[in-house]
Each structure stands twice: as C-alpha cells, then as structure tokens.
Design a protein around this ligand. Sequence first.
Ligand SMILES: NC(=O)c1ccc[n+]([C@@H]2O[C@H](COP(=O)([O-])OP(=O)(O)OC[C@H]3O[C@@H](n4cnc5c(N)ncnc54)[C@H](OP(=O)(O)O)[C@@H]3O)[C@@H](O)[C@H]2O)c1
Length: 336
Amino acid sequence: MKTRVFGRLGWPVTEIGFGAWAIGGSWGPQDEAVSKAALHKALDLGVNFIDTAAGYGGGRSERLIGEVLKERGLKGGGNGQVRVATKIPPKEPGEWPPVASERCEDRYPESYLRDQLEERLRNLKTEAIDLLQLHTWTRAWNRDPVALGTLRRLQQEGKIIGIGLSTPEQDQNAYNELVRAGLLDAVQVIYNIFEQDPAEELLPLAAEHRVGIIVRVAYDEGSLTGRFTKDMTFPAGDFRRNYFSGDRLERTVAKVERIKETVARVGGGKETDLAAVAARFVLRHPAVSTVITGIRSVRQAELNCAYGNLPLLSDELFGALKAHAWRRMMWHSGFP
Ligand SMILES: NC(=O)c1ccc[n+]([C@@H]2O[C@H](COP(=O)([O-])OP(=O)(O)OC[C@H]3O[C@@H](n4cnc5c(N)ncnc54)[C@H](OP(=O)(O)O)[C@@H]3O)[C@@H](O)[C@H]2O)c1
C-alpha cells in the first residue's frame, strides 16, 4: 500500500490506517474474534498505522491491538513497524468537548496524565507509545497549553515518541496556533466530503510546519459509504441511533443521494463505490498523512485497504465534490 511521510516524525505511514473505535465498543454488537481477524487482515494487507483510545470500550480496543501485535511478535508501540496512536480523555467531571470556562490544568492534571499513560502502556503491552494524543481540547487553552508541557516531559522520559491532539467535533481549526508554535507532532482532524474547512487552513499549515495529519470520520460514521437508507435502524448499543436520530438520517441520506448523482455524472461511470470516492477525496490533499477508516470486519479491512491502491481522484471529480460541503456543525449533544 502507498505510504506518506508522517510530518516531522518522518515515519512512512500507509495512506489507509485502521480506525479502532468500533472494535472497542459503542457500535452495537461486536465479536472480539471478528475484531482480531479484522486487525490481522489489515496488517496482512500492509496497514502500518492504528488509531485507538482509552475510551474505546474502556480500553478494550487497546487491549485487542496489544494482543494482535503480540501474536505477530511486535510490541504495541515503539516497535518501528506498526505505529499505534492512542488517546487520553480529559479528567471527569467536565464537558465533552471541554468549554472555555474550564481550565486545562483541571481537565489534564499531571498526575492524571501520568496514571493514564501507564494504563495505555499496560493495555498496549509496550514501554513506549508511538503517538499520544489528548482526545479533545478547547482553543481557549491555546494561550497556556500546560498539558502539552507535561506530555513534552513524558516524551523526554522516553514513554512517548510523538505528541498529538485530536480536534473537538465543532472546531477543526482549533490548533492552528499550536501548529504555528511548533508544539504538535500530529493533529487528528475531521475532514470529509461534508466537512471541508480543514483544507483551507489547517492542512496547508500542517504541511508548512511538517505536522502529521490523521484524518478521521472520512465516511461520516458510515453515511458517506452510500450504504445508508432513510428507513434503516441501528442496533441497540450503536451510538449512531442517537447521532442520526430525529430527521438527521433522512437529511443525510438526501445529501448523499446528491453526491452519488455528482459521482455518476462526473465520474463517467468509473466510480461505482462511494466509500472508495470518500476515502480518496481525503487522500487528494497532499498534507494528509493517513486516513484512519473505521474497520470492524475482515471485509471492511479488505475494501478499505484496496482503496489505498487506487489512483488519486480526478481533478474534475474532486472539484465537483467541493460543492457538497455541508455546514452541519456539532451533532454530539442535544439529542432528544
Ligand atoms: N474524537 C476523536 O478523536 C475521534 C472521533 C471519532 C473517530 N475517531 C477515530 O477515527 C476512526 C474512524 O472514524 P469512525 O470509525 O468513527 O467513522 P468512519 O470511518 O467515518 O466510518 C466507519 C464505519 O463505516 C462503515 N464502513 C467502513 N468501511 C466501509 C466500507 N469500505 N464500505 C462500507 N462501509 C464501511 C462501518 O460501519 P458499519 O460496520 O456499521 O457498516 C464502519 O464502522 C475511528 O475508528 C477512531 O479511531 C476519533
């Protein structure tokens, strides 16, 4: 599979990475044997970048990754072959994403970060984390980002190789100031056919400052694969029951239908899989290092890895898809 350089850390990372949220939890029933088989298949097909988090099934995703890498004779971090990025959430109680009135030192105090890091190392069965990301943040903390100072100390102690932040859902350009200041090795961002803001600000800036860009939610939690219908239902325990509740699913499917029309018209009948288009829409930007497609089965590992071998999206189709940006803002709160 094609690789790109991961910012100033210099790692060659595969264009398609493994998004490991669903194998942890919150996506309905998920069999651990299926999750492990999916991980093995993706690694067999060349994937060398995995994204997980403490919060994915209370560490279950991390533990499965640690087990699978061990089965392959690798440590779950710092092994130099498969890079694993994980995340620490802000300390509770507090808002998600954090709000400007909260203090960085209260949500990410040093003793908490140290304890959390030790747990990540245990789950991943390793002595060093390739990329430690703070799971969320508010741009109000950019003036005095004390938690990044703590991560820098942990890096000097050899427990972390790279330092990253994952964007809050409503603010994809929250870290531009930190990128300019040289404080980050990587940013994890939402960038897809609907959410196109990062292309104008964050992505060019990241290229200039050699910051790795990890793109998440390329499929808009599944809608941009083109497999959704307005009458479908999500199983119990799948967060998308809420995420696409009320009229959201119907509105989203209507938007996706218009995208399909554009793809059929401009793609000249050659582009028949919308997921392949959605992944390559993201990869069309040279500042993107890897797109961590959500993978929960062997079939999805095969499909997504195959997209990493396809040619870039044509200029015409990429240009036409720009018209489908959708300013939907934040859907993670206010559920009925
Ligand atoms: N705040 C954060 O930092 C944050 C938030 C969200 C995600 N993430 C990370 O980003 C990763 C990716 O995001 P995501 O998993 O939420 O969403 P996503 O990649 O937009 O969508 C993933 C879902 O799309 C479906 N899918 C995947 N490949 C497909 C294919 N080739 N054809 C058809 N359907 C396919 C699967 O759902 P079904 O199996 O149900 O069909 C899969 O679970 C996560 O796994 C996680 O690592 C981070």
